[in-house]
Design a binder for this molecule. Structure first.
Ligand code: SF4
Length: 451
């Protein structure tokens, strides 16, 4: 690592690499040709982006291709079907097949359920009958806001459930050019107390740009909490430490707190190595010094973190830096779900094995949680009864507020990995059964008159 004139290391200068740089990255880190061609083929369909910090500080290049961070950011064989991968490689190798290649990419993407859980049909709110771009409203108290300039990330996760945001297709993208629509909506819906600013990653924006999106929210009295969903501490902690406007972003966070709002940084961590570096820990300390609270969440992903010691270590490290372990999610039914999915039976075992090792203060974490069409459903455990085995389930959060907090159960399965694959038991209340089956699903709370 070289030290630059201003005292920064070369890793501390943000440089990102995409599909066009795969050969250069492969040569630099000695990636075998076969792995390189897989990455190239899959990166035609799914987003690929990595940066110097991830390459130099997080990936263990002595353990390729099994290294969890490598699997987290570099496309893997198996993420697409062998037939699709072959088709992409063959068409990509023939300069005369550009149109056919574009068509193949579109067909493969369309087959990957780009907008899971009815996000486009059910969650997009309106003002005076006009759909507001870049907003989602699923739960009564919380609106999701997607600022247009925050719809990339410092590096992309291979398993990202928002992958469709990053593939350059405007039809697949949620993005608000400015906060006008959000503010108009919030003023008409004073029951909304929380705005989750999300992406992509809002922390890719300059502080000035971020301020232009956050500042107007502070004028809406009914909003008490601003959440920022980000993986920047894991992928680019310098954002809070040495970036040109790192200090400014801390001042902005302080302003939000001084305005009497709770500022919650919803930090995405998938592996304890992301909290191993001194700069990541420093980033958390600096964020916390502003009065913001850091909540941590991440999905359980096969090949990356599907074992109890990894989660136990991750949650302990989060607690050690003063952050709050919050959610362990189940990988969503989109993109390369088949490759990354973990059966619910195994996920709940791993969760409990890790949970049992934790001190009480880290037992704030909840999981495994499916963020599904009717709401957030947690698998609380497995129940043995004379009638057989069941998953104990509970609606942690629900599109229909009347369902929130209510338990129900489903037949145990060793292979089911998502709510729609479960057989809900007859003992479940009819409204929950209907919501899970999709027959009782309502649109945004505002559209259904709950606003
Ligand atoms: S940081 Fe979040 S939004 Fe960005 S690629 Fe990863 S999972 Fe997706």
């Amino acid at each position: 690592m070289t030290l630059l004139a201003d005292g920064l290391t070369d890793t501390a200068r943000f440089r990102a690499y995409g599909p066009r740089h795969i050969d250069a990255v492969a040569e630099r880190f000695g990636l075998p040709a076969e792995i390189c061609s897989t990455i190239k083929a899959i990166a035609r369909v799914l987003p690929f982006r990595v940066n110097e910090y991830v390459l130099n500080e997080l990936v263990d290049w002595h353990n390729i291709p099994d290294d969890p961070i490598f699997r987290m950011v570099f496309p893997q064989r198996g993420m697409l079907s062998p037939a699709d991968e072959f088709r992409l490689a063959a068409l990509g190798a023939d300069p005369g097949m550009k149109v056919a290649l574009r068509q193949a990419v579109k067909e493969i993407r369309d087959g990957l359920n780009p907008h899971p859980s009815g996000q486009r049909q059910l969650n997009v709110p309106t003002v005076d009958g006009v759909r507001i771009p870049g907003l989602q409203h699923k739960y009564l108290q919380t609106v999701l806001y997607f600022p247009a300039q925050g719809q990339t990330c410092h590096s992309y996760c291979t398993y990202c459930f928002r992958w469709a945001q990053f593939v350059g297709d405007a039809d697949l993208r949620f993005a608000a050019p400015n906060p006008d629509g959000l503010i108009a909506y919030l003023k008409r819906h004073p029951h909304v107390s929380d705005v989750l600013v999300t992406g992509g990653d809002p922390m890719v924006m300059s502080t000035e740009r971020l301020r232009s999106h956050l500042r107007p929210i502070l004028d809406v009295e009914s909003v008490s909490t601003i959440r920022i969903g980000t993986k920047s501490v894991a992928y680019w902690p310098y954002r809070f430490v040495t970036d040109r406007d790192a200090d400014d972003v801390l001042r902005l966070f302080e302003e939000v707190v001084a305005a009497g709002r709770t500022l919650a940084v919803m930090a995405h961590f998938s592996h304890p190595r992301e909290l191993e570096t001194a700069v990541a820990r420093q980033a958390i300390a600096r964020i916390r010094s502003t009065g913001a609270v850091v909540y941590c969440q991440g999905p359980m992903i096969a090949h990356v973190n599907d074992d109890a010691p990894t989660w136990s270590e991750l949650w302990r490290r989060e607690l050690a830096v003063g952050a709050v372990p919050y959610y362990m999610f189940v990988e969503r039914d989109t993109g390369p779900h088949e490759y990354f999915k973990v059966p619910l039976a195994r996920a709940v075992e791993i969760f409990h094995a890790a949970y049992r090792t934790l001190p009480g203060l880290a037992r704030t974490v909840r999981g495994p949680v499916m963020s599904a069409t009717p709401g957030k459903v947690v698998v609380d455990g497995v129940e043995e009864t004379p009638a057989g085995r069941f998953f104990q389930l509970r609606m942690l959060q629900a599109r229909n507020p009347a369902l929130a907090g209510r338990p129900f159960r489903a037949r145990y399965s060793t292979s089911a990995s998502w709510l729609t694959e479960l057989r809900i038991d007859r003992s479940a209340p009819p409204d929950i059964t209907a919501a899970v089956a999709g027959t009782g699903v309502q649109g945004t709370p505002a559209l259904t008159g709950q606003g």
